[in-house]
Design a protein around this ligand. Structure first.
Ligand SMILES: *[C@@H]1O[C@H](CO)[C@@H](O)[C@H](O)[C@H]1NC(C)=O
Length: 183
């Protein structure tokens, strides 16, 4: 005869293993839930200038070259929300190759999208949210670059994965003119 505690323990361990199995199934299947997001991105222009307003924490900011991008972004990500979506992390990177380094990546814009209402993006003539400059402070040896939109769904349960969705090749121009007042 089973006593009450043995029964309870049996039921509990059955519930626990069922729950574990469910967690694994949810985590594994979430990336395959169909969705039909739309994306469109276009680059209006890229301007490179030398120097920026003095940043007291960065003595290089006067001499460095900065690229400023002007882009449009249209996206409807609302269908990417399902019951296991906590939020979507959308970000735009600039990837480029330099002689010493195959891949250089800088994030120039990002946004956290918490619900379907925020999932329709319509940016017009938008600029980098974050400054773009190369590690050697010049874009001189930069050959080609890509502007890429990535969507990263953050699930309640399971793993995050990176999804590049649109990519635009472009070149980073040389500075238009030296900054006024630079030596
Ligand atoms: C830009 O993207 C294209 C197509 O994916 C790729 O062939 C190229 O190597 C990329 N360029 C850079 C600089 O990452």
């Amino acid at each position: 005869m089973y006593n009450f505690l043995q029964r309870l323990s049996g039921v509990t361990s059955f519930a626990m293993s069922t729950l574990m199995a469910l967690v694994v199934v949810i985590a594994l299947t979430t990336p395959f839930i169909p969705s039909s997001p739309t994306f469109d991105m276009s680059l209006h222009n890229v301007q490179t200038t030398t120097g920026r307003a003095m940043d007291p924490y960065d003595r290089m900011s006067r001499k460095a070259e900065y690229a400023r991008l002007t882009f449009d972004l249209d996206a409807d990500l609302s269908t990417m929300f399902n019951w296991n979506t906590k939020l979507l992390f959308a970000y735009v990177t600039v990837d480029y190759t330099t002689p010493g380094f195959e891949t250089n990546r800088a994030v120039i814009w990002d946004r956290i999208i918490k619900n379907k209402r925020q999932a329709k993006l319509k940016l017009r003539k938008h600029h980098n949210k974050y400054a773009l400059r190369n590690y050697p402070l010049t874009f001189e040896d930069v050959e080609g670059a890509n502007l890429t939109l990535h969507i990263n769904p953050v699930p309640y349960l399971g793993i995050m994965y990176d999804k590049p969705v649109v990519s635009i090749p472009f070149t980073i121009p040389r500075p238009v003119k030296p900054a006024a007042g630079s030596a």
